[in-house]
Write a new protein. Structure first.
Length: 297
């Protein structure tokens, strides 16, 4: 049985840990509110812009304007953009993304990986370090992006992937991230970023009936400006989704850690009281035994 000193030390240690996890939960909750507001405002804009992007892509494919971002080539070289976080202590938030990305490589892009043609662009320190540790090809250094999260900082990572596709450094670009559903639930999403995917026939037919655009100053200028911006917005939305998911996952993890610390404290205090009672009982027995020995003399 552990000594009273050891049990007291463990109680002090667990109490300190519980205070830290409780504080981290409160910080995560405050950050989550801001991140949730940001993604809720971004979603309608990004979804509408995504629809316009697909319609514009279809228009350029049918007309004289060339859209380099919808060019479909034989997939020999692949770039996987994996959005994780800069810090841990968020449950399975980061490991789910890393697992989804590596599963994608082992399945869909197995032949490309065996040929050494799969590259990772990690947005977030945890993913970048994990892919480097596993020996994957990596590009870019975006491990501190979340410390100053804005469209301008995310745009740099998006442009790196877009330039790689245009310059035929990559034939396909895939985006892997956590979509925010609620505090306790994050959904891992794997989406093709480039080339721009075609809509299903029924959806395309419906959009053709409703999408009637007037181009000003010209179709060419609008498309050249809007399509790249729309793609960057899609990456920015994914990063905002991941940011909200991270704070939700950390809030849940710290709440569970605080509860576990409370349960452990109960057990330690019970152990302490039992150990203390046993020590007192032993002292009483020693005193009684000594008194009887003196009386016998």
């Amino acid at each position: 049985m552990a000594s009273l000193k050891e049990v007291r030390a463990r109680i002090t240690s667990v109490s300190s840990t519980q205070q830290i996890t409780k504080a981290m939960k409160m910080v995560a909750a405050a950050k989550l509110r801001r991140a949730q507001d940001n993604i809720m405002r971004m979603r309608p804009y990004a979804q509408r812009l995504s629809g316009i992007l697909t319609n514009l892509s279809a228009i350029t494919d049918q007309g004289s304007v060339t859209n380099v971002y919808s060019e479909k080539r034989e997939v020999n070289r692949v770039l996987i953009m994996a959005v994780t976080s800069d810090r841990g202590l968020a449950g399975a938030f980061n490991s789910n993304i890393i697992k989804a990305a590596t599963t994608l490589v082992a399945g869909k892009y197995k032949s490309q990986f065996e040929a050494g043609n799969v590259t990772f662009l990690g947005i977030g320190k945890k993913g970048h370090e994990a892919f480097m540790k596993k020996g994957y090809n990596t590009i870019g250094e975006y491990s501190t992006l979340f410390s100053n999260l804005s469209f301008d900082t995310v745009r740099v990572a998006a442009e790196r992937a877009m330039d790689g596709f245009v310059n035929k450094e990559f034939d396909e670009v895939v985006l892997v991230y956590n979509e925010f559903k609620n505090v306790a639930t994050q959904i891992v999403r794997t989406e093709q970023f480039l080339p721009i995917e075609d809509q299903p026939a029924d959806v395309a037919a419906a959009n053709t009936m409703t999408a009637d655009y007037t181009f000003e100053p010209s179709k060419e200028e609008i498309i050249v400006e809007l399509i790249p911006k729309s793609l960057k917005i899609q990456v920015y939305k994914a990063v905002l989704e991941s940011n909200a998911s991270e704070h939700g996952a950390r809030m849940t993890a710290m709440d569970k850690a605080t509860e576990n610390a409370g349960e452990l404290l109960k057990q330690l205090k019970l152990t302490y009281n039992r150990t203390r009672q046993a020590a007192i009982t032993n002292e009483i027995l020693e005193i009684v035994g000594g008194a009887e020995a003196l009386a016998a003399k």
